[in-house]
Ligand binder design. Sequence first.
Ligand code: PMP
Length: 414
Amino acid sequence: MFDIHKIRKDFPILNRIVNGKPLVYFDNGATAQKPQTVIDAITNYYTNQNANIHRGVHTLSREITIVYEEARKTIQAHINAAHANEIIFTRGTTESINLVAYCFGKINVFEGDEILITQMEHHSNIVAWQQLCEEKKAILKYIPINEAGELILEDLPKLITSKTKLVAFTHISNTLGTINPVKEMIKQIRALSCPLSGDGRGAVVLIDGAQAVSHLKPNVQDLDCDFYAFSGHKLFGPTGVGVLYAKEEWLTKFGPYQTGGGTIKTVTMQKTEFADAPLKFEAGTPHIEGGIGLAAAIDYVNSIGFEAIQKHEDTLMNYATQKLSEIEGVRIYGSSKHRTSVLSFNVGSIHPFDIGTLLDKYGIAIRSGHHCTQPICQFYNIPGTIRASFTFYNTVEEIDLFIEALKKSIRLLS
Ligand code: PMP
């Protein structure tokens, strides 16, 4: 049973008063709030379990190593990875993408090769590829979007060539809410592209799952992606921790991303032999409480269930879209049939920052700006948008408060 009142009690921050009003938190796309179980897991680590992992023979170290590796297995099971060693702990989506750009680029991208991304990517999934292409004299191409904020997939056959080495795209757009048809896209990409290094599978695919993981449960084997990147903090877990799922074959081929303690098997003064994945990719002492907190967050969302989460989010999204559309001068960006939990809009020529600042006075936290997707803003020829992003602990009543505050803000600014 989806009990919204019970769920809200699990998130202590939702009791906060902001500027004299109860907090309405609609900035879940930027970062999600944390349930008590996640906070408790982190507190418990520092209160009872703190030690370094993988190094010590003493009890605390052995205990916490087991807990940390169990966290990896929780993530593996959650995204249905074939092996626990395909789960690399990183600092977040951004670092996961950078890791692939560096390690894949080093051995597979050369002058004249092509990388394909999309026009709806977060800067994290643009800049790393731009840098790689610049360094390797490779060519960066993109799949354009249409007015509805959907990818123009009819262009895929002309965008993919015998030179396409890697295709990277977001599962869900953080600005438009569009849910991309990831599985179909991967099938099409594989069919259109040339086998890379003779493995017969076509171009390599990286999915940016930063926005997707709080709304759905990715099944990486079913998707058949090579890489899937996400951040802990958008999945109700801690900041500073994230995941790179990578097919084992890549982790065997890749050299290390960073080097240092933990990544090695043996070191002499002349030479280093590296450990196998995942340790080869986890240099230095990791974000131990981050991994543990992320596993607690995954247990929490699974205790609610993604079917119930999606049903509730659809109700919120439909209600908010309806209410927002009734306001004169509102233009919503993104109208794909397949979208979720993100409403980006502008009101007439009012600057998004002005609305955001006024809404804050009513205790309403939304995001205004370009949301690290400047190419989307350039496409619509706007400086940015106001973005309300919902999750399962939000309510219809909060949307009413938001709509009322928005109307008052518009009156003040008109
Ligand atoms: N990709 C998308 C689609 C995102 O929404 C974000 C965060 N806004 C990122 C990548 C980057 O995530 P992080 O800052 O956690 O690395």
